[in-house]
Design a protein around this ligand. Structure first.
Ligand code: MD3
Ligand code: FE
Length: 217
């Protein structure tokens, strides 16, 4: 397919859109690299399989998760935290594949964060019906660093609220190849994902991956 054809699409790569104070959506930013990025995701899953973690409240999450890089996000009855090892094996998480890491650094740079060095990478897999309820991400010690998110596969309705859980969220569609950089004030806003709709994506099949990059320490 020619780049002219992509450029004619309304969400042609290369036009960042402001979502909120400090949050930038790069539509289709990763679309051209999707095949390699999916291979990298699958290599991580092979070494550290996806699993449904349990919340401190005792609920099994509908989203399946794994991690790569120096630190991984984990949840169990004791709470949420970042761990250098996979609790299922006691082994370090697999290394962050360079293609994933470079994508995050590149997007952060384009959003005005020139020295981004993520030390945690959380891989979320949604099947139809899976959702993520409104929450804040505040377990990362480096509040100045943004979170970068990459979406691949089926589209999702992202819920973007306010500083209070009760603030009515705005809804955004996150589609295959979309990258968002969440910095500044947007970093601590309540957010979540509506239940994933049934569908089939030509490259990814019947699910959605979301990969988040964080600077924890
Ligand atoms: C806005 N993941 O893993 S990605 C998460 O689609 C998470 O799987 C969602 O929320 C997903 O914690 C949303 C976009 C995202 C990630 C982190 C944020 C948006 C954010 C942190 C602060 C503000
Ligand atoms: Fe989050």
């Amino acid at each position: 397919m020619t780049s002219d054809l992509f450029d004619a699409l309304p969400d042609a790569p290369g036009n960042p859109q402001p979502l909120a104070d400090g949050a930038w959506l790069f539509p289709g930013f990763a679309r051209a690299d999707a095949t390699a990025l999916l291979a990298a995701i699958h290599s991580v899953i092979e070494a550290a399989p996806l699993r449904h973690m349990v919340t401190p409240g005792g609920h099994e999450m509908s989203v399946a998760m794994t991690n790569c890089g120096p630190l991984g996000w984990v949840s169990d009855a004791r709470g949420y935290r970042y761990s250098p090892t996979d609790p299922q094996t006691g082994q370090p998480w697999p290394a962050m594949p360079s293609g994933l890491r470079k994508l995050a650094i590149h997007a952060a740079e384009r959003a005005g964060y020139p020295a981004y060095e993520p030390d945690a990478c959380l891989i979320n897999r949604y099947i139809p019906g899976a959702r993520m309820s409104l929450h804040q991400d505040k377990d990362e010690r480096d509040a100045a660093a943004p979170i970068v998110s990459l979406s691949l596969g089926l589209p999702a309705t992202f819920l973007f609220g306010g500083m209070k859980r009760a603030d009515r969220p705005q809804r955004y569609r996150l589609a295959h190849g979309d990258v968002v950089v969440w910095g500044g004030p947007s970093r601590f806003v309540f957010h979540g994902v509506a239940p994933l709709a049934q569908g089939h994506h030509l490259d990814v099949g019947g699910h959605r991956f979301n990969v988040t990059f964080r600077k924890v320490t």
